[in-house]
Design a protein. Structure first.
Length: 392
C-alpha cells in the first residue's frame, strides 16, 4: 500500500426535510450574499427552489439566482456567473441540483477568487489559490461532487471537456434528502448509479499498491449500489434504496475508496470526457458504453484485480483460470448495465461515430492526459483509439 492524505471537510446533513436547514448552514459558514445556482426546470417544477428562497427570505439572507446549468456544464455560463458574482458582491455559492450545477458553481467560485481566465485551471496551465465557499442541496445521486474536490466543465469552443481538482472547492456543507431524488427519470437514476460505481472502480483497478480495508469498503459499496440500482429500477419511490445510493455517491468520490492505492486509473472517465464533449451524452451512460471495451483491453495487465472484482463484486463462480474468471466478471458487469437499461457500446448509446470521430476523440484524450494515462495499463493515443473502435 501507499501512504495517503485523506481530507473530507464537508459537513453532511442527511435525511428527510433537511433542505429546511439551508439558511442556518449558510450562516454557519459565513455567507451573507448568496448566488443560488441551479440547472433546468426540475427544481422549479418540484417547488424546491421556492422552498429554498422562502427559507432565505425568512432568515434575512440576501441572494440572487442563476439557472441554466446543463449536463456537461458549459464554460459560457461559468463566465456569466463569475461576472454576476463580482457585480453583486456575492460571498457564498449555493448549488441546488446534481453534479452539473455543483461543478459549475465550483468553477464560478474559482473564477471569483482568482484573477485571470478560469479555464486556465481546467487547461492545466496554473493552479487555483482559492475558491468562493460552496454549499450544496443535492437532487441527483451520481457525481459525488457534493463532497469531492473535482469539477468538470465543457468549453463550447472546440467541444473540450476537462476536469480540475483542488481542495479549495470542496463544499462546506452538503444537504442530502433522498426524497429530492424521487422525481428523477429512471434513465437519470440509472446513469447516476453507473457513475457512482465507476468512481469506485476507477480507484479499484490499479497496478499500484492496495489496502485490504479500502478494498473491502470499495467492494461493499459496489455491491450495495448494484443491489439498490435494481430495486430502484422496479420501485423508484423506495426511500431506503434512494438513501443507500445517495450516501454511496458521496463516499465513492470523496477519496475514501482510494486510500492506500496509487490514485486510480481514471482512463474510462478520460475516454468518456471526449465522448461527452463531442456528442453531449449523459455521463453515466457514456461510462457504461466504453467500460467494457476498456476492461477487455487492460485486464491481462491487471489480472489479480479483475479476478478479485469478479469474485467479490459480481459474484461469479470461482471456476476456471484467472483469465476466464476475469472475463466472466466483465461480462457480468455488462449484463448488469443492460439490466438497468444502460448501454454497453456506442451503438446502444445511440452514437454513430465515424472513424474520424474516433481518431479525434483519441487525439483529444491523449492531449488531455499529457500523452499517456492509466494505472491498470498505461494507454497512449493508439491504445485509446483501439478502445474507441472496440466500443462502436
Amino acid at each position: 500500500m501507499f501512504g495517503f492524505n485523506y481530507y473530507t471537510p464537508t459537513k453532511v446533513v442527511f435525511g428527510k426535510n433537511t433542505e429546511s436547514k439551508v439558511a442556518e448552514l449558510i450562516r454557519e459558514f459565513g455567507g451573507t450574499k448568496v448566488l443560488i445556482h441551479y440547472g433546468g426546470g426540475s427544481v422549479v417544477r418540484t417547488g424546491l427552489l421556492k422552498k429554498v428562497t422562502d427559507t432565505l427570505d425568512a432568515a434575512g439572507i440576501n441572494y440572487i439566482t442563476l439557472g441554466g446549468a446543463v449536463p456537461n456544464p458549459h464554460l459560457g455560463l461559468v463566465y456569466e456567473g463569475i461576472e454576476l458574482c463580482k457585480k453583486e458582491n456575492v460571498d457564498f455559492l449555493l448549488a441546488v441540483g446534481g453534479g452539473s450545477a455543483i461543478d459549475s458553481a465550483k468553477a464560478i467560485g474559482y473564477g471569483v477568487a482568482n484573477e485571470g481566465d478560469v479555464w486556465d485551471f481546467y487547461d492545466y496551465k496554473r493552479q487555483a489559490q482559492g475558491c468562493l465557499p460552496v454549499g450544496v442541496i443535492l437532487t441527483l445521486s451520481a457525481t459525488g461532487s457534493e463532497m469531492s474536490d473535482s469539477s468538470v466543465i465543457t468549453k463550447e469552443d472546440g467541444l473540450v471537456k476537462r476536469g480540475y481538482s483542488s481542495n479549495y472547492s470542496r463544499p462546506k456543507f452538503a444537504i442530502m434528502n433522498p426524497e429530492l431524488t424521487m422525481t428523477l427519470p429512471d434513465y437519470q437514476t440509472a446513469c447516476g448509479c453507473t457513475d457512482i460505481m465507476m468512481h469506485t472502480m476507477e480507484r479499484y483497478f490499479t497496478s499500484g499498491g492496495n489496502m485490504e480495508l479500502t478494498d473491502e469498503l470499495a467492494e461493499g459499496l459496489l455491491r450495495t449500489v448494484k443491489k439498490n440500482a435494481v430495486i430502484l429500477r422496479d420501485d423508484p419511490k423506495n426511500y431506503d434504496a434512494r438513501a443507500e445510493v445517495m450516501w454511496a455517491g458521496s463516499l465513492a468520490h470523496n477519496g475514501l475508496t482510494g486510500c492506500g492505492n496509487d490514485g486510480g486509473d481514471w482512463m474510462t472517465h478520460k475516454l468518456e470526457h471526449e465522448l461527452g464533449g463531442l456528442f453531449d451524452v449523459a455521463h453515466g451512460a457514456g461510462l457504461a458504453a466504453v467500460w467494457g471495451s476498456w476492461a477487455r483491453y487492460v485486464y491481462k495487465n491487471c489480472l489479480p484485480r479483475f479476478k478479485k472484482y469478479a469474485l467479490n463484486v459480481m459474484e461469479v463462480a470461482n471456476t476456471g483460470t484467472d483469465e476466464e474468471i476475469a472475463l466472466k466478471g466483465i461480462e457480468a458487469t455488462e449484463d448488469f448495465y443492460r439490466s438497468i437499461n444502460m448501454p454497453t457500446n456506442l451503438r446502444e448509446l445511440g452514437i454513430k461515430a465515424t472513424d474520424e470521430d474516433l481518431k479525434l476523440m483519441a487525439k483529444k484524450c491523449a492531449v488531455g492526459v499529457g500523452g499517456k494515462g492509466g494505472s491498470a495499463r498505461v494507454l497512449d493515443e493508439e491504445a485509446m483509439l483501439a478502445i474507441y473502435r472496440a466500443s462502436v
